[in-house]
Design a protein around this ligand. Structure first.
Ligand code: GTP
Length: 150
């Protein structure tokens, strides 16, 4: 199972070189956790960028929207810049899932990863796990090494 998460600006939208490079990391991914900062509405623009990117390049990749820094709202709700229900609606629209988490307290982090794992097991066709589809090392197919041929 492969995961890919990013939310900062300097290494996401805006750098064509990075975008092309990053595809190598999520090629064939079955799950992507796309993070945003609940206290920073601009971070959601990048969520939309990554969702589009995943939808066009990885149609079979399930998308998990992950709001971070939930703990910062405990004492000051005015810090919230992204409405829970708006993001939830967007998650439904893209057939993804949505969690609000805190790395500091750990809130909802286990739940998120548990769901990623459950979905992976649930949606992965049984035949993939039972098929004998090993790799023939004598065959030098370009697809096995495609990331090194640029
Ligand atoms: N209070 C709080 N701070 C957080 C949380 N998650 C991240 N931070 C803080 O936000 C800042 C950025 O966190 P990073 O995990 O480095 O975020 P990133 O997007 O991976 O950043 P880069 O590694 O620079 O790309 C750090 O100062 C973290 O301590 C959280 O859940 N709660």
């Amino acid at each position: 199972m492969e995961f890919y998460t990013k939310r900062r600006s300097e290494d996401t939208a805006g750098s064509e070189r990075y975008e092309a490079m990053s595809r190598i990391y999520y090629r064939g991914a079955k799950a992507a956790i796309v993070c945003y900062d609940i206290t920073d509405s601009s971070s959601f623009q990048r969520v939309k960028f990554w969702v589009k990117e995943l939808q066009s390049c990885e149609q079979h990749c399930r998308i998990y929207l992950c709001g971070t820094k939930l703990d910062l709202l405990e004492n000051d709700r005015s810090k919230r810049q992204l409405d829970f229900h708006d993001v939830r609606d967007y998650a439904e629209e893209i057939k993804g899932r949505h969690y609000e988490t805190s790395s500091k307290t750990g809130q909802n982090v286990d739940e998120l990863f548990q769901k990623v794992a459950e979905d992976y097991v649930h949606f992965t066709p049984f035949q993939v796990m039972t098929e004998e589809n090993g790799v023939d090392l004598s065959q030098k197919k370009e697809t096995y090494f495609s990331c090194c041929h640029h």
